[in-house]
Ligand binder design. Structure first.
Ligand SMILES: [Zn+2]
Length: 710
């Protein structure tokens, strides 16, 4: 999903060259395991009545070692049925923060299972019950239903269910629904939860701040629409049948190994097709560099061709080439870095203005979103296209549980969107728009990389929640967004800085390819980090992902004093007692001043005090590095273990100090206050953080500007 301004630009992947390390071979790319599920769905759109009529066949194979007596099914559209659903109760809570929208009268949506039986005819409808797996008991939340099988399904055994359903399409809520005669149909069919061995069904209610989780499946979907409608869909179109007498057309789409299926229908839309031809997009040199970076044979990083389809509103047709350029960049860099795109097709949808369906990912299909007025500088829609395509790699292919670990999708994808945008486009202007007009036309906006914006947006959210909280348990939508998108991305970038570019590139590639189609969690990712880095990095996740402790190291004091030729006081020297007075010291100094040789030997004591302002600590083999600069241009590098609240460094040098800086390499992007990282003898060195403070200032000015107008 798209969040605010997190995804605009990109930064040069600084790929440091580190000593080569043994790198485990990738599993071959491509689709491997047989899925747990098969669907065949026949759905008819009643455009005038805003209804869907569906028939669905589900074949589910018990993947566990236990007999399973029941099945949990998601019925997501019941979240929009009334104000007592979990989703709309949570929207009410969110409304105190200015978020959460409830449908207007007459705009509700729902889904009814009108018939459900096994292939042998046994009727399961009488045993169908709504359940609230996340508690509390709420009879008005009908987003998860349980059916009981007449006999438990044994391990490895398959069960074939035949359903009929009838749905009222909502006026768009949470990106699904209609606006006038335009339809975006997502989360629409009854969909089983994920059966986890030893844990049972994983199926959560539809929550305001949460996305989804489902098993991989082979889909065949037949979509019947009025004959003048254009249809875009997940999967590959394999058949079209026109029924002239009823003025309806049925399109068939097929796609193996995806875990969700979405489609759109609109009578006005333009459909444009292009090919991503790998040999035109990637040079042999780029393949060689990528293979060397990842430690893989060139053959393993080669990309396949992909059929690209764009469905775009006619008023946006001048932006067709911008859409395809961004999509080609995304297919190329996600493919080179993380693994080849394994599907034949990708479809992007520019949703109608005001539908609210933009910026959302589905397998092999995503929605972007643009405007009639748009500036080349803002890199929108480009950032959204790259981001939503990119979800296909994390949400889509790795497929973590978004209810329970949203950061493994949004955080990874915010991070990787930034990398692709920086490589393909460089920095962009802040994507701020007022009443449809890009503010770059009115104000001079600084150009920034995504990681800078992400850091600014994320840095204080740690006060509310850890990144790894479950999606609907965050303080509010703002904390959910800033944590799982921007703070997670900022932490991943910090980890990249700590481990080095080549190690990091291999970690991301290994994690992606090893866990394609496997629903990994945090432990699997940490396992790959430790394996490739060759050390235990668990502390980084404990301290920064799971905790709400702020990370903030800084320089508190920097000073130099001249070392006097002698110290004052009473000294016993060779049996006599003498007092060294200030006057005697002044006399020695006066003599030395006349002797350039003695003067040249004078020394200064420099004291630097470092502080740990936050509760979070570096651990493992990480250290807080310090660089002290002296007025003759020399420098001294030190490191501190960072465990105590402060540390004092002392230097005796023939010159005074100029400044001291913690983290001079800029690794700790997660540091809450970069302004205290560097201090000169005159105080904080603002120039070091000029870029970050200028950005904060711009964002704040924009917010003031908006609030003064609206
Ligand atoms: Zn997203």
């Amino acid at each position: 999903m798209r969040k605010n301004f997190g995804m605009l630009c990109l930064l040069g992947a600084a790929l440091l060259v580190l000593p080569a390390r043994a790198f485990p071979r990738q599993e071959a790319a491509g689709i491997v395991a047989a899925p747990v599920l098969r669907y065949e769905i026949w759905v008819e759109l009643d455009a005038a009545g805003k209804m869907l009529l569906g028939k669905e066949e589900i074949v589910w194979t018990n993947p566990s070692r236990e007999a399973v007596p029941d099945m949990l099914l998601h019925l997501y559209w019941n979240a929009f049925k009334n104000e007592e659903s979990a989703f709309l109760r949570e929207a009410r809570v969110e409304s105190i923060f200015g978020g959460g929208r409830t449908p207007d009268d007459g705009e509700w949506g729902w889904v009814d299972i009108t018939d459900i039986r096994l292939a042998d005819g046994s009727d399961l409808k009488p045993g169908l019950r709504f359940v609230t797996p996340d508690g509390p008991e709420n009879p008005d939340d009908q987003t998860v239903a349980r059916v009981l099988f007449p006999q438990p399904v044994q391990p490895g055994e398959s069960v074939r269910l035949l359903l009929e359903f009838r749905s009222k399409i909502p006026r768009t809520v949470a990106r699904s629904g209609y606006y006038k005669d335009s339809f975006f149909i997502a989360q629409w069919f009854p969909k089983p939860g994920v059966y986890e061995d030893g844990k049972g069904w994983n199926a959560h209610a539809y929550h305001q701040n949460s996305e989804f989780f489902a098993d991989f499946a082979d889909f065949v979907v037949h979509i019947t629409v009025p004959e003048d409608f254009t249809v875009g869909s997940s999967g590959k179109q394999t058949d079209v049948r026109v029924d002239g007498s009823l003025k309806r057309t049925t399109y068939t789409f097929r796609q193996p190994m995806i875990h969700d299926f979405a489609w759109m229908a609109d009578p006005r839309y333009l459909k444009v097709e292009r090919d991503f031809i790998a040999d035109k997009e990637v040079t042999p040199e780029e393949y060689r560099e990528t293979a060397a970076l990842l430690g893989l044979p060139v053959e393993e990083v080669k990309l396949p061709d992909v059929k690209m389809t764009l469905l775009i509103a006619p008023e946006h047709k001048r932006q067709i080439e911008r859409h395809f350029r961004a999509l080609r960049a995304a297919i190329k860099y996600y493919g080179l870095w993380y693994g080849p795109y394994p599907y034949e097709t990708v479809t992007m949808v520019d949703p109608p203005f005001r539908t609210g369906s933009g910026g959302m990912e589905y397998p092999t299909l995503f929605t972007a979103g643009t405007q009639v007025l748009t500036s080349q500088d803002i890199l929108s829609p480009e950032g959204v296209i790259v981001h939503e395509f990119g979800h296909g790699y994390w949400y889509g292919l790795v497929a973590n549980n978004e209810f329970e670990a949203a950061w493994l999708d949004e955080g990874f994808n915010t991070y990787s969107t930034g990398q692709v945008m920086a490589r393909a486009y460089g920095p962009g202007a802040l994507p701020m728009v007022f009443k449809g007009v890009p503010l770059t036309w009115l104000l001079r906006m600084p150009k920034t990389f995504d990681f800078e914006l992400d850091r600014v947006a994320a840095i204080n959210t740690v006060r509310y929640d850890p990144v790894t909280a479950w999606s609907w348990k965050f303080y509010n939508g703002g904390s959910y967004g800033a944590n799982v998108y921007m703070r997670a991305a900022t932490l991943l970038r910090t980890l990249e800085g700590l481990l080095g570019g080549q190690t990091w590139a291999r970690i991301m590639r290994t994690y992606h390819m090893r866990y394609r189609y496997k629903h990994p969690g945090k432990a699997e990712f940490i396992g790959v980090v430790d394996e490739i880095a060759g050390k235990d990095m668990t502390w980084f996740f404990d301290e920064l992902f799971d905790s709400t402790a702020a990370f903030d190291y800084g320089v508190a004091e920097v000073a130099s004093v001249k070392v006097p030729p002698a110290r004052r006081g009473v000294f016993d020297v060779k049996g006599t007692r003498e007092e060294m007075t200030s006057k005697k010291i002044q006399e020695i100094e006066a003599r030395e001043a006349k002797s350039p040789e003695a003067e040249a030997k004078s020394e200064y004591l420099t004291t630097v005090v470092l502080r740990r302002y936050g509760e979070a600590r570096v651990r493992g083999d990480a250290r807080v590095n310090v660089l002290v600069r002296f007025k003759d241009g020399t420098t001294e590098a030190r490191s501190w273990d960072g465990q105590a609240r402060w540390a004092r460094l002392e230097f005796i040098k023939p010159v005074e100090v100029e400044s001291a800086q913690v983290d001079p390499e800029g690794v700790w992007l997660i540091d809450a206050n970069l302004a205290n990282n560097s201090r000169g003898v005159d105080g904080l060195r603002r120039n070091v953080v000029k870029m970050m403070t200028q950005l904060l200032f711009t964002v704040q000015s924009f917010l003031h500007f908006i609030s003064s107008l609206s």
